[in-house]
Design a protein around this ligand. Structure first.
Ligand SMILES: [Zn+2]
Length: 115
């Protein structure tokens, strides 16, 4: 069974998360893929398309869904993994394996008002 991206389901769950969960959560546009940040971000900076959040790999937890991955080489010769929702196609995060992850996300996808 794949993740469910139904917008109505997402709306309900997002509200529940906001009310009950103090950790920062985010995910794809329709909620098929969700993640949780279990430690404060290392760095947050704005870009033209949104906000990028740098987190330690150990602070990042996938809580729902089965994101698909594609890889591309970086200028420094490493491999960058990009993860996206197989249902709606939203890119959720990217990062180098076993290194700190970079979440490229719109601010609205992070539910915590403290962001
Ligand atoms: Zn999705």
């Amino acid at each position: 069974m794949g993740p469910n991206c139904a917008p109505n389901l997402m709306r309900h769950n997002a509200m529940a998360d906001r009310a009950q969960n103090h950790s920062r959560t985010g995910g794809c546009q329709f909620g098929g893929v969700r993640y949780e940040l279990r430690a404060p971000p290392l760095k947050i900076y704005s870009r033209s398309f949104g906000i990028s959040v740098i987190v330690r790999a150990t602070a990042f937890a996938l809580t729902r869904g089965s994101p698909q991955r594609w890889c591309r080489p970086t200028d420094s010769g490493r491999t960058l993994n990009c993860y996206f929702c197989p249902n709606c196609g939203s890119r959720v995060w990217h990062g180098e394996a076993a290194r700190d992850a970079t979440l490229s996300t719109r601010a609205a996808r992070l539910m915590s008002p403290s962001m």
